[in-house]
Every structure is written in structure tokens, then in C-alpha cells.
Design a protein around this ligand. Sequence first.
Ligand code: ADP
Ligand code: ADP
Ligand code: MG
Length: 550
Amino acid sequence: GCGLCIKACPFDAISIVNLPEELEEEAVHRYSINGFKLYSLPIPKAGQVVGILGKNGTGKTTAIKILAGELKPNLGILDRDVEYDEIIKRFRGSELQTYFQKIANKKIKAAHKIQYIDLVPRHLKGDVKTLLKKADERGIALDLGKQLNLDKIYDRDVRNLSGGELQKLVIAATLSKEADIYIFDEPSSYLDVKERINVSKIIMNEAKGNKYFLIVEHDLAVLDYLSDFIHIIYGDPGVYGIVSKPYGVRVGINNYLDGYLPSENMRIRKEPIQFRKIASESIVDANNKPYKYLEWDNVSISRGSFKLDVDSGYVMNGEVIGIIGPNAIGKTTFIKFLAGEIKPENGNIITYKELKISYKPQYIGPEMFQEGLTVEDILRNANPESIIPNSWLYLELIQKLNLNRMFDREARSLSGGEMQKLAIAATLSSNADLYLLDEPSAHLDVEERLAIAKIIRRLTEIRKVTAFVAEHDIIILDFISDRIIVFNGNPGIYGHAEVPKDTKKAMNQLLSDLKITIRRDSESGRPRINKEGSYLDRLQKTKGEFYATT
Ligand code: ADP
Ligand code: ADP
Ligand code: MG
């Protein structure tokens, strides 16, 4: 290896040779002697949206804090203070020189939407409208509130907001500030597809003139739609991260997926990430026919003043069913019904044997885990095989989610994102007949999302069982689903779940309701959202082909 890594070389020593000396000149920040180290920085560009793409723990938030002027970088020097003069000198000749001059002269004001918005209500008091008005230095807050559909909940206290409502409030407040750089750390968390597109359009619309915009985002369709340029951060999570040169967004994302960065001549992953779908083998019974695994009648469920109607449907064994629809439309209610946690007013589930259910609820908190249990304990209880190094589950699930690095930690002490990964790993490790996953990709990075998507497909195929997955990341949803249940109706009041449809049909319907079109990238085959009014957008709309599959 190159000697940089404390643990096993994540690249299997491929291509990282002779890097250390060159790289040391690029050191931007180090937290402590054996602490995480960041090399190089993204370059903000006036009037443009610059995206940042990379694994969790490789320094995205650290880089953002430095560019926001919230963290003074120490250039990796720990034994003395480093002043901005020295920092400016270090970036001499690059665009960052002027940028740091401005930071040093306090000429950069940053508006920063933090990653973990769950913490926000603890620091704020009041209703949505009052908070928006308070943030409103540009006189646009109430207009943004309307565009984000917050006007219906203007008198609601901030402590009673759902994750999506809170996210939209914080985004509107951030944009309402008078600032030089606007930063959005994972803006799509908790938002449904329509809201993700809506927020992207609003941000793109603001990114003009002299303002800088930086976005960290793991929903690739959103990052692609929103950004003009991207920087890729690669490295060893928790140990070091290296920021790449800027790439145009299409090429940059394709390079990232390929696992090779041409400008730096660097292989960042052994295998490419491929979103081309592997059709699941149809599983047959003794008479050589696929068989129904689970069926449900027309079902009605009431939850307070909310009502959900579900059209009757069935699932074949080995099939993965995607669930998509706006927030507050009854997706979680339906999953809880499948889990047997909610009794319907009418209708029922028909199964052909007793099904063992493994369920990951949407919201994961410390109360999910028994006090005193470590990550390793929880995984061992789910399935002892999962903690045996070199077992399939260990290699493909535990290691891909980086959980092996936190075996000794108490489950309850983990961060929100880490708890989410533990809950997913425990759910997928368990031997079950029916897997229910409610929004698994929340807080996960692109590689973690793909890892669990692959696991879900493999498990259902090998064990000939079934999974239902509610998901707002359309690339992941497309990848895992054999068929999709589309939910529509009036959020918060009435929901209607359709019969599971062929993935292409369901996506086409969803997108035509949202009035957006998706094409396929000619090289990687990944879905890309067309810009509104572009040639392809108009062409696909005339043809009624909202979701292109080739
Ligand atoms: P990302 O945003 O890509 O997930 P971060 O920049 O948040 O990554 O963190 C990168 C690494 O730096 C992590 O291993 C994290 O634990 C570590 N780190 C972050 N903040 C601090 C800090 N204040 N002190 C020490 N280590 C930190
Ligand atoms: P989704 O998962 O699609 O976001 P949910 O199934 O969680 O939607 O919720 C649908 C609607 O039902 C929401 O408006 C929610 O507030 C409401 N709801 C859910 N559970 C209850 C309950 N126990 N009592 C009253 N309303 C509820
Ligand atoms: Mg839900």
C-alpha cells in the first residue's frame, strides 16, 4: 500500500503509489495526530452550483465548514498556529487564493443548511411563519414558503414538524439569508420525489450572479440535475479524504461510477458501479410455475382522520416490490399493515404459510436498541454469520456499510446515520420470509445505497422470499424493483395504493404526474432528469415516454 492507511488498503494497493509526498503539499486540514486528514478542496464558482460526491466519512462536511469560514484549516500542521496569510500563500495561483483572501478579510458570509436537521428544533422556538420572517434578510422567505408548500403549516410549531417539513423550512430560511456562499449539506433527506425536484429548481434559480453554491448530495439523480460541476471526494472513510479536480457534472458522475478519475489518473474503486438492472430469475414451484407468495384484498385503513385504500394485489416469491409516492400518503401505514402492526377496517392478507417478517421502520432512534448492547451484539442476535469475517453477509453487507469499524460501540451511542445502517444490516441479516424496508437509503451514501440494493436483490433471489421497499431515490428504486406500487391521493387526508405495476409503467405514471421526464445516459445507462423545456423533455412528453429505459 501507500502507507497512508492505518487499516487494510481500500484500493488493494492499486494505483496509489508514490502519492504521499505529492499529496502532503495538498494537505488542507488534520483534526489531530492520528485523526482524519483532508487533502485539497472543492473550488466554489460564482453563479454556479458545485456538487460534492463521495462516501460518508471522507470529509465532505469538513470541506464545507472550511469554505464557509466556520473552520480555519491548519494545512495538516498541528504543532503551531496557522494564520490565513499562510493559507492564502498555500493556494497561490489557484482560484482558492482569492477566496481565502475574502475569508481572511471577513468578506465571505455563508448561509449553511446543515446535514442533520433533526437537531434544529432544539435551538429554535416558534411557528413556521415567525421563523421564516426572522431569517428573511432578502424579502423572499414567504414567497419561498409558498413555493415549498409551507404556507399551509405557517402556524405550526417547529417542534411538531415532520422531517420533510423541517427540511423545507431550513432550506427556505437558508436561501432567505443575505450571503456570498450558500451551502446545502444533503438537502434531499426526508423529501419525496416531487419535493426534491422542486427544491432543486428553487436552488438552481437562485444560483446566479456572484453567489457561490455548494451541494453535498447522495441522490444521484438530484445531484446530477442540480449541479454544474462536481468534485469527487475519495479515500478511506474516517482516515483521509482527497478532493478531486472539478469535472462537468455528467462526466464527473460517470467517472465516479466507473471508479476511475482521468484528470488525476486515479482508480478509486476496484469495480464500477452499474445501474443496469439484472432481471430477477422467475422462481418456479414443483410444477415449474412461478407462484404467488402473498396476496391482499381491497384494504381500507383509517389512522385518525387519514384514510388509505389499497387495491388488491399479490407478490410472487423472489420478487421485490417498490413503493413510491409523496410524503404523508400512507406508505408507512401500508408497510405497518403488512407487518401486522395495524389492523385494517376491511380486507386482509392471504399467505400460504406463516411468514417470518423482518422490518426496518422509517424512523430509527436509540429506543430501537436494547440498552448496553453493542453493534456486534445486535448483529450477532440478528444472524451470527453476519459477524464472521469473510462470510458473505460480512463482506457484502457489514463491511460495505463500514459497520465492522464500530463493533464495540454501544448501539444507542451511534449517530443517526450509523443507527440507520445498523438497523438495515440487522433487518437484512435476519433469516426471514418477508422483508419490509421503509426508506432505507436515508442518510446513506451512494455506495452504501447500492450495496443494500444489491443485497436486497440477492437475498430475495437466493432465499426465494419477498421484499417491499419504500424509497424516494428513483435510481435506487428503479434498480431494486421488479414491480412498483404507486401511491397517490391527497397527502395527510386520503391515500390510494394501486396494484403493483411493471417498473417501467409505474415510473412512467409517476413522472407524468410530476410532469418530468427522464432519459438514460448514453455511456453509463443511468437515469438522468431532463431540464424542463429542453429538447429531450419536449420530445419525450410528446411521445408520452416520460421514463426512457434505453
Ligand atoms: P463526511 O461529511 O464526508 O461524512 P466529515 O467531514 O463529516 O465527513 O468527517 C470526516 C472524518 O472526520 C470523520 O471520520 C469524522 O469522524 C472526522 N471528524 C469530523 N469532525 C471532527 C472533529 N471536530 N474532530 C475530530 N474528527 C472529526
Ligand atoms: P407516508 O409513509 O406516505 O409518509 P404515513 O403512512 O406515515 O405516510 O402517514 C399517512 C398520514 O397518516 C399522515 O398524514 C400521518 O400524519 C397520518 N397518521 C399516521 N399515523 C397516524 C396515527 N396513529 N394517528 C393519526 N394520524 C396518523
Ligand atoms: Mg413513511
